[in-house]
Design a protein around this ligand. Structure first.
Ligand SMILES: [Zn+2]
Length: 93
């Protein structure tokens, strides 16, 4: 998964931005995240249309970066997961 880092203030984003909302800089460097650790999870039963009837939303952490992602399977806290982008949704397995 791609990571965009503001070259002025160091803030990190998982989506490409025209400018940094913190310092308004337009310069970013690119990096990538291979994995992150599950720090919290919740199972959803009332899900939006076009999504499965039930799935998990995981809160992942990778250093100071926190990312939400969707998972079809239950992945316990402390486990390492791989991140994929699918239809601009973060998925992990
Ligand atoms: Zn910045």
């Amino acid at each position: 998964m791609r990571l965009y880092i503001c070259t002025k203030c160091g803030k990190k984003f998982v989506e490409e931005r025209l400018f940094c909302p913190s310092c308004l800089s337009e310069d970013f460097s690119e990096s990538s995240i291979n994995g992150a650790t599950v720090s919290d999870r919740v199972q959803l039963f009332a899900t939006p249309a076009k999504f499965p009837e039930s799935y998990y939303v995981l809160l992942l952490s990778n250093g100071e970066l926190k990312i939400f992602c969707r998972s079809d399977t239950d992945i316990k806290e402390g486990m390492k997961v791989r991140l994929d982008m699918e239809d601009s949704q973060h998925r992990c397995r």
